[in-house]
Design a protein around this ligand. Structure first.
Ligand SMILES: C[S@@+](CC[C@H](N)C(=O)[O-])C[C@H]1O[C@@H](n2cnc3c(N)ncnc32)[C@H](O)[C@@H]1O
Length: 235
């Protein structure tokens, strides 16, 4: 039977599902207003940090518990499509915040008959992210583990098909190494903020760019810079 664009079973799946689409639209709009207010509050500390040698992130961190700092719609859709095309069933995220990226990834997991596991150290954010996944109709196919991802993701069972790194940047390597023994051959790993945290993330970029470590990697100019790696495994 030819593909029928009018067929609601196709048109209503994934990101086009009304519950998913409405929740994402609401959250992206809320995030831009809320993050602008948070950064305005953090600005004096950021400026003071310039004179005391503190990085922008160090100065802003106390204010970030109420910031979304989400993926863009462009990057969310890109990850969704990548997961979809790979048929990723076991999708994992480090750093879920209020769950915007989680919704893109949980939607992909639902279509593959799989499961999405997020992680968030902030308790209030975790509860709101879970409520957002529920609003999007994705609770059955997703969970967000509260607490430090290095602990909460440790018991997770593999094989992991898709990993998204978006928590604090000094933990990209430890979280990746935690997941490494569980990665499926050909697993996809995305990491965000490669350009905006160029110095902090250099060791991470070096690690995934060295084929001897088992990865094939490219850097993409999406948003504040993204790395895309595929796990080949070590010989
Ligand atoms: C950039 S935000 C994530 C944005 C989210 N991925 C999105 O696109 O909507 C980073 C989040 O990582 C969380 N985080 C940082 N370190 C963490 C850790 N060790 N374990 C779990 N979450 C962590 C922070 O609390 C923050 O909410």
């Amino acid at each position: 039977m030819p593909f029928d664009c009018e067929d609601s079973t196709h048109a209503n799946r994934g990101l086009s599902h009304p519950d998913v689409a409405h929740t994402l639209k609401r959250l992206h709009r809320q995030a831009s207003g809320q993050d602008a207010r948070v950064f305005a509050r953090a600005l004096p500390a950021i400026i003071a940090g310039k004179f005391t040698g503190r990085s922008t992130f160090e100065a802003a961190e106390p204010y970030l518990s109420q910031a979304f700092i989400p993926v863009s719609e462009e990057f969310g859709r890109f990850m969704y499509l990548t997961a979809l095309s790979r048929g990723a069933r076991n999708i994992v995220e480090f750093g879920s915040s209020y769950g915007i990226s989680s919704i893109y990834l949980a939607a992909a997991a639902r279509e593959a008959g799989g499961f999405f596991t997020g992680s968030e150290k902030d308790s209030a954010k975790t509860q709101i992210a879970l409520a957002n996944l529920q609003e999007a109709g994705l609770s059955r196919w997703s969970d967000i583990r509260e607490g430090d991802a290095l602990e909460s993701l440790a018991p997770l069972e593999g094989p992991v098909d898709f990993l998204f790194l978006d928590g604090w940047k000094d933990l990209y390597i430890p979280v990746l190494k935690l997941m490494e023994p569980k990665l499926a051959p050909g697993a996809v790993i995305f990491a965000d903020n490669i350009r905006s945290f160029r110095k902090t993330l250099k060791p991470f970029v070096d690690y995934v760019s060295d084929a001897a470590n088992g990865y094939e990697t490219t850097l993409l100019g999406i948003g504040s810079g993204v790395s895309l790696s595929v796990w080949r495994g070590r010989d």
